[in-house]
Design a binder for this molecule. Structure first.
Ligand code: SAH
Ligand code: SF4
Ligand code: F3S
Length: 511
């Protein structure tokens, strides 16, 4: 992997979206940061915290939607654009290029982007030379149809085709519409150093794989992101080490299904070239990768998302238990508690299997935080299926969940095979029950922490007051506590005793 350019290292980016309000129309309850799909960050644009020393004559503006992997991709895109002479701006009015990195997961996600596009119309009218590009999953799903439907759009690029952006921009500047939505079996952008967007300077996201081979019947991701492929383990470890050396103290390893990470050095690199983590002679599994990243420094916390219940192994759980700096938190989406619905969803596990997984996690790590994703009102769901979901949630005692009502996506197996027959009002009322139960359980989970002391990584000022720090414990719970005049800074670890709580936050005092 080539060394990071000082220009890129100099670009640290400001966290903005956390201050935005949650859109209550969205069928999702976001009580904490979701490492996968953070509603508070939808539409977030880049904001450099320090000026880029390079004077770029042309500027790009980029807004990101969807899951954390899409946000991580925007950082790759920024890197590619920097290299071809475009500097980032947060002011869309001065941009030569405007990009929306889009999401297709639910209909609402696509509507949000289409609405946003209409807002660019006026700007483009005033500055006809400005080019508008659609990136990401919606670009992949709709392909050139997007150009027909949205006249404003000049460039359409799918998630595996970002290397072709400079050429596509050239084509579009010549007056042609430009499209590249080819999916790849190999592309992982392993050699591209992302320009950090999410920068509190303490926590960062690192993509370890792309695509998904699971065919959950409700899900559009396998169609928009293509086949699963794992990134070179050495480039992952290098990126994490660079982050650590730049002052970061937490990395979250990202993939749609991280537990199926598998990288074989001998297949990917027959010469098995040495690099600074030495030669690798064996295939690397996810458990192996976790340990390699954890070995960078005991001061570097390691998180990961998302785990598929069918794939998370004992090896992974034991690696977590064996390393203090691998955070004791697992996001293990269940989707439904009904065996019949799980089968229709093609999730390949039963509620009994899922419960056994939860038991195993708690056996190996009794204090492990566990969260979930849940879909209400999938095709044919009955009251009894819904009741199964509620009672499975109670069994699992999730600390937190992301909850949605089912949104039919064109081209998915469910759309082809099943009727979306649960009326919207019913989907919404079931979702409400699920949300209410989760709120009660989240509050209960936080109340159980009263009086306990946790090691907390300080991420920055609390949202509400600069007199308080905000950080997280290993279990991914947010803790807010008063600053004392003792020279602490973000990136430091402190012991915090929990005094009070709400359903979303622990409130404590430094020990
Ligand atoms: N790879 C992850 C999830 C990716 S999408 C996993 O397998 O767990 C994030 C979440 O969006 C999913 O877990 C699911 O709960 C939700 N989701 C996906 N497709 C959806 C749809 N069509 N309607 C409603 N929610 C959906
Ligand atoms: Fe979608 Fe299932 Fe893949 Fe997750 S595992 S991205 S829900 S197909
Ligand atoms: Fe992510 Fe949305 Fe694509 S959740 S993978 S950006 S469809």
């Amino acid at each position: 992997m080539p060394p990071r350019s000082p220009v890129k290292l100099a670009l640290l980016f400001l966290l903005f979206g956390y201050l935005c309000q949650l859109d209550m129309n969205e069928p999702m309850l976001n009580m904490k940061r979701d490492t996968i799909h953070d509603e508070n960050r939808q539409g977030e644009s880049y904001a450099p915290v320090c000026d880029d020393p390079v004077e770029y004559s042309r500027k790009f503006y980029i807004e990101s939607y969807g899951c954390q992997m899409n946000f991580a991709d925007s950082e790759i895109v920024a890197s590619i654009l920097n290299d071809s002479g475009f500097g980032v701006t947060r002011n869309v009015e001065e941009a030569d290029l405007v990009f929306l990195n889009t999401c297709s997961i639910r209909e609402k996600a696509e509507q949000t982007v289409r609405k946003r596009l209409t807002e660019f119309r006026k700007i483009k009218k005033a500055r006809p030379g400005m080019l508008v590009g659609m990136l990401g999953c919606m670009a992949e799903r709709l392909k050139s149809k997007l150009l027909e439907e949205e006249k404003l759009v000049d460039i359409v690029v799918g998630p595996d085709a970002y290397r072709s952006l400079p050429a596509l921009i050239g084509e579009a500047e010549g007056g042609q519409k430009a499209v590249n939505v080819l999916l790849s079996r190999e592309e992982t952008y392993a050699d591209i150093s992302p320009v950090r967007l999410d920068s509190n300077g303490v926590t960062a996201f690192v993509s370890i794989m792309r695509g998904c081979n699971n065919m959950c019947s409700f899900c559009v991701v396998p169609f928009t992101r293509g086949r699963e492929r794992s990134r070179d383990a050495r480039s992952i470890v290098d990126e994490c080490r660079d982050l650590f050396e730049a002052g970061f103290r937490e990395v979250t390893l990202l993939g749609q299904n991280v537990d199926s990470y598998y990288w074989n050095p001998l297949l990917s690199d027959p010469n098995n070239q040495d690099n600074n983590i030495g030669q690798l002679h064996h295939p690397v599994t996810f458990a192996g990768l976790l340990q390699m990243v954890a070995a960078i420094s005991p001061l570097l916390r390691v998180r990961f998302s998302t785990s598929h219940p069918k794939d998370i192994t004992d090896e992974v759980l034991l690696a977590m238990a064996g390393h203090e700096n691998i955070c004791k938190y697992i996001h293990l989406p269940v989707q439904s508690g009904s065996n019949r619905i799980l089968q229709l969803m093609n999730r390949t596990y039963t509620r009994e299997w899922y419960k056994a997984k939860i038991n195993r996690i708690r056996e190996i790590m009794p204090e492990c935080g566990i969260s979930s994703d849940i879909i209400a009102g999938f095709c044919t769901e009955t009251e009894s299926d819904h009741a199964d979901t509620l009672n499975l949630m109670e069994y699992c005692r999730y600390d937190m969940s992301y909850m949605f009502y089912y949104s039919e996506r064109p081209g998915t197996l469910a759309q082809k095979r099943f009727r979306d027959d649960v009326p919207l009002e019913l989907k919404k009322s079931r979702l409400e029950e699920i949300v209410k139960l989760q709120q009660d359980m989240s509050l209960q989970s936080n109340q159980n922490d009263l009086g306990k002391t946790f090691k907390v990584l300080i991420e920055g000022d609390s949202r509400k007051s600069a007199d308080h720090w905000m950080g997280r414990n290993s279990h991914n719970k947010v803790i807010v506590f008063p600053k004392k005049e003792n020279g602490l800074d973000k990136g430091d670890y402190v012991k915090v005793n929990v005094k009070e709580c709400t359903g979303a936050t622990l409130i404590g005092e430094m020990m």
